[in-house]
Ligand binder design. Structure first.
Ligand code: GUN
Length: 458
């Protein structure tokens, strides 16, 4: 018996043959997509509504007149930084890390990190992001797992590993063995938790924020336990050049020398790769996570993703953290990715269908979950998003290309319903798994306490 039927929407999905568009019912059983039934009659156009499971115990979501898309997937987020929103604006990444982000991260306690993560997850789910790869801080990573478990997002979460001092950022190091024990206990407690929704990533914060020994440990464990490696790479030009002049070479060269450069590695940013690094990337099939808003706001530059895509590299998208974006909005990153590269490469560069693929299947590949999520196909996990089309900014609808409409017109606040693993976690644009007002109130209170502890420099 179907648990949920998403009725009559225009279903957009990326498959092997590109993006498909059909008017269909999507039938969910056992948390997976059991059937996609094509409609023969055009349904009337209206906004989505939900009739909860009644006597029949099948919940119906009326998506007639709406778009139905795979849940968006973001491959680089810092949930621990959501409480820092608006506290670190108009700085380059080095100043931003030294003067704001690092002191604030160190001031987190369990409660403030939990409030930060809950706020971030609520924003992500309400905005149609159903899966994330996140990097947290040195301590209290369990609080991020608990928030993700409670609110119902699919998340691969890593404790930031930082056992090495990187000159310039003043990010103090931690003891390598203590940090490693914490990783092992997170793995034991959380990997596969939440009915398989949660996973652990290994997250050396950057190639030079963790020692080569820690990187080697990570590479070995990632291979053994099939885990994702997640790090920041060549984000800021001055930093990339300065570190690149060291005997270890540039970031991607250093990663290759430690055996880290393979298809388990997700590299956020990759704004300033040298020709030699690009050629390593091409050969070793690591994933790039493009973070257009963060790269603009921190004045880092424009990652050459058109070239990476031409090289056959998988590129995913990420909002990064609220400290440098300041939103966690998958729609916005997708639209920006499609727009930003056109002035230099022409209007056909990064067309809508490719941006949509980066935001869905590209993210799934980066997270190593492409067999389960990232597209709407029978047998895949039902991570689905219903997008309203009945708003002023999207009118008139119906004659253009729905994929272009999705990328260029829609906004995260058009999301009406979100399913993760077949469970309805957002309905009628409200989060069902927690009280949004309580999440906001807790975030306000915890931010005040955090600022009291942090003693930020001017
Ligand atoms: N480099 C090292 N840490 C960070 C971080 O938290 N955010 C960004 N954008 N870059 C980093």
């Amino acid at each position: 018996m179907a648990e949920v039927v998403v009725r009559g929407g225009v279903v957009l999905s990326c498959g092997a043959g590109g993006v498909t568009v059909t008017e269909s019912d999507v039938v969910v059983e056992g948390g997976r997509i059991a059937d996609i039934r094509r409609l023969t009659r055009r349904p009337p156009r209206r906004s989505a509504s939900r009739s909860p499971a009644g006597a029949s115990s099948t919940e119906e979501i009326d998506a007639a007149g709406c778009l139905v898309i795979p849940g968006l997937i973001q491959a680089h987020v810092h949930l621990c930084q959501t409480l820092f929103r608006g506290l670190a604006d108009d700085m380059d990444v080095i100043t931003w890390l030294r003067r704001r982000v690092w002191p604030l991260e160190q001031a987190h306690d369990y409660a403030s990190l939990g409030a930060s993560a809950a706020l971030g997850v609520a924003e992500l789910l309400r905005g149609g992001t159903t899966s994330v790869l996140t990097m947290e801080s040195m301590s209290h990573t369990e609080a991020a797992f608990e928030a993700a478990e409670r609110l119902g997002i699919r998340a691969i979460i890593g404790k930031a590993l930082m056992d090495r001092w990187e000159p310039g950022t003043e990010m103090v190091g931690e003891d390598a063995d203590d940090a490693w024990s914490e990783v092992l206990s997170l793995l034991e407690r959380w990997h596969g938790a939440g009915d398989g929704r949660l996973g652990v990533a290994l997250s050396p914060r950057g190639p030079r924020n963790a020692s080569p020994e820690t990187w080697r440990r990570c590479v070995e464990l990632a291979r053994e336990a099939d885990l994702r490696l997640h790090t920041h790479v060549n984000e800021n030009r001055e930093q990339a050049d300065r570190l690149g002049a060291s005997p270890e070479g540039r970031d991607v060269e250093a990663l290759a020398s430690w055996g880290a450069l393979d298809d388990r590695l997700v590299m956020a940013h990759c704004v300033w790769l040298s020709a030699a690094e690009r050629s390593l990337l091409r050969r070793h099939r690591a994933h790039v996570c493009h973070c257009p808003s963060a790269n603009l706001k921190l004045a880092s530059g424009l990652a050459p993703v058109v070239e990476y895509l031409a090289d056959g590299v998988n590129v995913a998208l990420g909002a990064d953290g609220a400290a440098c974006n300041n939103r966690l909005d998958g729609f916005e990153e997708m639209r920006l990715a499609a727009l930003l590269h056109k002035p230099s490469h022409g209007p056909r560069a990064l067309p809508a269908a490719l941006a949509f693929e980066m935001a869905t299947l590209g993210g799934a590949r980066a997270l190593g979950l492409e067999r389960d999520v990232g597209s709407i196909e029978v047998g895949k996990i039902a991570d689905l998003v219903v997008v309203r089309r009945d708003r002023l900014h999207s009118a008139p609808v119906g004659f253009g290309d729905p994929v272009s409409e999705m990328v260029y017109t829609h906004r995260s606040d058009d999301v009406s319903h979100v399913l993760v693993g077949g469970r309805v976690v957002v309905a009628d644009s409200r989060l069902l798994t927690a009280d949004e007002n309580l999440i906001r109130a807790e975030a306000e209170a915890q931010r005040a306490a955090l600022l009291g502890r942090a003693g930020l420099p001017d």
